[in-house]
Design a protein around this ligand. Structure first.
Ligand code: 5GP
Ligand code: MG
Length: 184
């Protein structure tokens, strides 16, 4: 269906159905691994919200939820390398098993910073779940425990991921036409 959002998409990488199926698989794997425990999901705002909402519904555990907001990007399509906390945890995480939920692991700067930060706050364990992994962008040695899809070296949007705050509401993930960010 053509509309003002889909016109800017070069190619659909993962359809709504593919996302749905993969998120259900991840949820089942995580639920099995954490059975009998009470993990704390920590979603990274804003990109992970759609994924997080679907993931926790696919994960029938006795778990709770926190959100953190960090920024390293501004409106550019390349990482600045600096990470700043804009919204922090609202509870003590000492001794907790954390499940960190991210939209995309690119340079690794965000998750490398967050892992150190959460470890220093006393988390018992930190499990990283990322919907997308873009290994070609990696600058820091950080890997995810659970990866939805490994993506090529392109700027992707949709299902929570933005360009300049737009496109988060696309129900699928696609590659943005380069002219969209080249012209701005
Ligand atoms: P990292 O710190 O690993 O470089 O990047 C993590 C953040 O960069 C992600 O949470 C996301 O906000 C942003 N990012 C990296 N690659 C992409 C991409 O292809 N598309 C979008 N929309 N954001 C990206
Ligand atoms: Mg993000």
């Amino acid at each position: 269906m053509k509309n003002e959002l889909t016109n800017d998409i070069l190619k659909v990488l993962y359809t709504e159905e593919q996302l749905n199926e993969r998120v259900r698989e991840l949820g089942a794997e995580i639920a099995e691994r954490f059975a009998g425990r009470q993990p704390l999901f920590v979603g990274i705002l804003k990109g992970s919200v759609l994924f997080l909402a679907d993931l926790i519904r696919a994960c029938p555990l006795r778990c709770d939820l926190e959100m953190m907001a960090v920024s390293s990007y501004g409106n550019a399509t390349a990482s600045s390398g600096r990470v700043r906390i804009n919204h922090d945890l609202q509870q003590d995480i000492r001794g907790r098993d954390l499940i960190l939920v991210e939209d995309i692991l690119d340079s690794g700067n965000t998750l490398c910073f967050l892992k150190d930060y959460l470890k220093a706050k006393g988390a018992a364990s930190i499990t990283i779940v990322t919907l997308l992994d873009k290994p070609s962008g990696r600058q820091k040695a950080v890997n995810a425990d659970y990866v939805g899809f490994t993506v090529p070296d392109a700027f992707v949007v949709g299902y929570g991921l933005d360009y300049a705050q737009f496109y988060r509401n696309l129900p699928y993930i696609g590659i943005l036409k380069p002219e969209v960010y080249e012209k701005s």
